[in-house]
Design a protein around this ligand. Structure first.
Ligand SMILES: O=C(O)c1ccc[n+]([C@@H]2O[C@H](COP(=O)([O-])O)[C@@H](O)[C@H]2O)c1
Ligand SMILES: Cc1cc2nc[nH]c2cc1C
Length: 357
């Protein structure tokens, strides 16, 4: 099965095409004709042009939005790397389906749907409205053994790819990616350390809240995990299987699926950024389908954005996860889109257009 999954992945990645240069050029011309200073909306103009390139039309749409929240547990929590225990993952996952978690509150203000996905929560979930893509009941503790098998890593990636395709077919225009999983800042920092080739201390923070001693324990657990598995940075599936979480794998798949199905995917905090690094290692062209949102509080965030050559537009020191930072970008994009669609042009107001000097 592992070989089959890998072949399928290679084949799907071969389908990823560059963005439409024609649609991007038309979008830039459209921006330049709008009655305002040239590039007046700065990076927001460039993001909308990127979306035009992804959707392959100057007449881009941001009408239907969803945030896909991948939920999973992490065996490494037994090492005392988080202030809470794994039971919280299931509780918050069910709260997404009930519409009462932070991301639900934020998404409701912009009409974005919240789609919780159980890709590896340790317990059985009963609340209707949670998409069941469970690969296993949590990962293993990476300080003792591989977090998951390579086959499981690939299965979780394929689940994310399939979901992106399904959502594109269902008519969504843009996706945000989020996660919930106690311990996932440990798995993310471990993967970041390997893929960025930096010491764990440089990419590890306090996550959802840890004491200084807790942080030392977390860095030590990451060092032990890396020393046990020696994952190679040029083997992204091996890195994911050794140290990862099912949430990271699902997010990686959603990003690859976004590139395959041509739907933009907005990044959130450290966990999604690590998934972005993995997606880039699997299929480099995926990055052009990713939209940066905010620069998070975890120390890995800035380093990963640099590696991805992406620049976040919100600097809010966020550390919440669930896709909240990605959803925060939506109203800003809506405002820029309103100007793009509706504003008068220089021609309409009989004013000579600005020239690019
Ligand atoms: O998105 C981030 O950058 C982020 C930073 C810190 C914490 N989190 C959230 O907090 C949880 C992980 O924190 P921890 O300390 O258990 O690793 C997980 O559910 C994430 O959604 C998320
Ligand atoms: C309540 C709670 C909500 C969360 N959302 C993301 N991580 C979280 C961690 C906790 C503890």
């Amino acid at each position: 099965m592992e070989e089959y999954y890998q072949r399928q992945l290679d084949c799907l990645c071969g389908q990823v095409r560059p963005l439409s240069e024609e649609a991007k050029e038309a979008s830039v011309c459209h921006w330049d004709g709008i009655a305002k200073p040239l590039n007046g909306l700065g990076r927001f103009e460039r993001i909308l042009t990127q979306i035009a390139g992804i959707q392959r039309t100057e007449n881009l749409s941001l009408d239907r939005k969803a945030v896909v929240v991948f939920c999973a547990d992490n065996g490494v929590v037994e090492e005392g790397v988080s202030q809470t225990d794994s039971s919280v993952t299931a509780i918050v996952t069910e709260n997404f389906a009930r519409g009462i978690a932070s991301v639900n509150r934020m998404a409701s203000t912009v009409g974005a749907e919240v789609l919780p996905v159980d890709i590896g929560v340790a317990g059985e979930l009963h609340e209707p409205g949670i998409r069941n893509m469970k690969v296993d009941f949590g990962t293993k503790n990476f300080c003792r053994e591989m977090a998951m098998t390579r086959e499981q890593a690939l299965e979780a990636i394929h689940n994310g790819i399939a979901l992106a395709g399904e959502l594109k077919d269902a008519g969504y225009d843009i996706l945000a990616v989020g996660e919930m999983g106690i311990g996932n800042t440990t798995t993310s920092s471990a993967i970041a350390s390997v893929l960025l080739d930096v010491d764990p201390e440089a990419v590890t923070g306090k996550g959802a809240g840890l004491s200084d001693e807790g942080l030392t324990r977390k860095i030590d657990a990451i060092r032990r995990g890396i020393a046990l598995h020696h994952p190679a940075a040029d083997d992204p599936i091996g890195v994911l299987a050794s140290l990862g979480g099912f949430d990271i794998a699902g997010m990686t798949g959603l990003m690859l699926g976004g590139a395959i199905s041509r739907i933009p995917v907005v990044l959130d905090g450290i966990i999604s950024e690590v998934a972005g690094l993995l997606a880039m290692a699997i299929c480099p062209q995926t990055v052009s389908y990713l939209i940066p949102s905010h620069l998070g509080k975890e120390p890995a965030c800035a380093q990963i954005y640099e590696r991805l050559h992406l620049e976040p537009v919100i600097h809010g020191n966020l550390a919440l996860g669930e896709g909240t930072g990605a959803v925060m970008l939506f109203p800003l994009l809506d405002m820029a889109w309103e100007v793009y669609k509706e504003n008068s042009t220089f021609e309409d107001i009989h004013v000579k257009a600005y020239e690019k000097l």
